[in-house]
Design a protein around this ligand. Structure first.
Ligand SMILES: CC(C)(COP(=O)(O)OP(=O)(O)OC[C@H]1O[C@@H](n2cnc3c(N)ncnc32)[C@H](O)[C@@H]1OP(=O)(O)O)[C@@H](O)C(=O)NCCC(=O)NCCS
Length: 167
């Protein structure tokens, strides 16, 4: 298991590792979880493991989607983090359904933005969410991101686009 990179009040953030493959497989196996994401489920735990082994974002950009664990019991709740998409820094998150509705995504998004602006020195972060994915864009608004218009997200049209600037 990789070391903790940063923490928030209830959560700890660390790089995804092959140890997380089973959890990532289970996460994406829930149709409610991937409903608005444009992602298919992994076909097996092995496929999830191969994905993590090939995940080069941390080395390439210095950031990526981070595993999020509960600081109380180290329970893997899901992931949240930053992704470089065509030169833009995109915030994203995905949590097990059992963890929804407790403010974890809002807390995690806030922590990742702070880490991005503070530690990583980024100047702008964007995010996208389909209008039907109300919980997701509520999170973006709660962390102070500004709606800028509509665009596409992983081939899904009509996504709400948000941004936040460091200054
Ligand atoms: C989106 C997601 C990360 C939100 O996680 P979460 O931990 O439940 O989010 P939070 O508790 O921090 O905040 C959700 C907010 O949306 C609100 N909300 C959720 N569903 C809602 C609905 N149908 N109508 C109105 N508000 C809603 C909640 O009340 C909460 O706001 P509040 O704190 O002001 O009450 C979670 O649902 C998830 O993992 N979804 C699947 C993956 C996904 O869709 N990721 C985003 C892709 S763009």
């Amino acid at each position: 298991m990789s070391e903790v990179l940063f923490e928030s009040e209830r959560l700890a953030f660390r790089e995804l590792s092959p140890d997380d493959a089973a959890a990532l497989y289970r996460l994406n196996a829930d149709p409610e979880v991937i409903r608005y994401t444009g992602d298919p489920p992994f076909s097996s735990e092995e496929e999830a493991r191969t994905f993590v082994l090939g995940y080069d974002r941390y080395r390439k950009h210095g950031y990526g989607r981070w595993g999020v664990v509960n600081r109380l019991d180290d329970d893997f709740l899901g992931w949240c983090g930053l992704n470089n998409i065509d030169g833009e820094v995109d915030l994203g998150y995905r949590f097990f359904r059992s963890a929804w509705g407790q403010g974890f995504a809002t807390e995690a998004a806030r922590a990742c933005i702070e880490y991005g602006f503070g530690t990583l020195g980024l100047s702008r972060i964007i995010a996208r969410a389909l209008p039907e994915n109300i919980a997701s864009w509520k999170v973006l608004e709660k962390v102070g991101m500004r709606f800028t218009g509509f665009g596409s997200c992983k081939g899904l049209e009509g996504a709400k686009i948000y941004e936040i600037l460091r200054d």
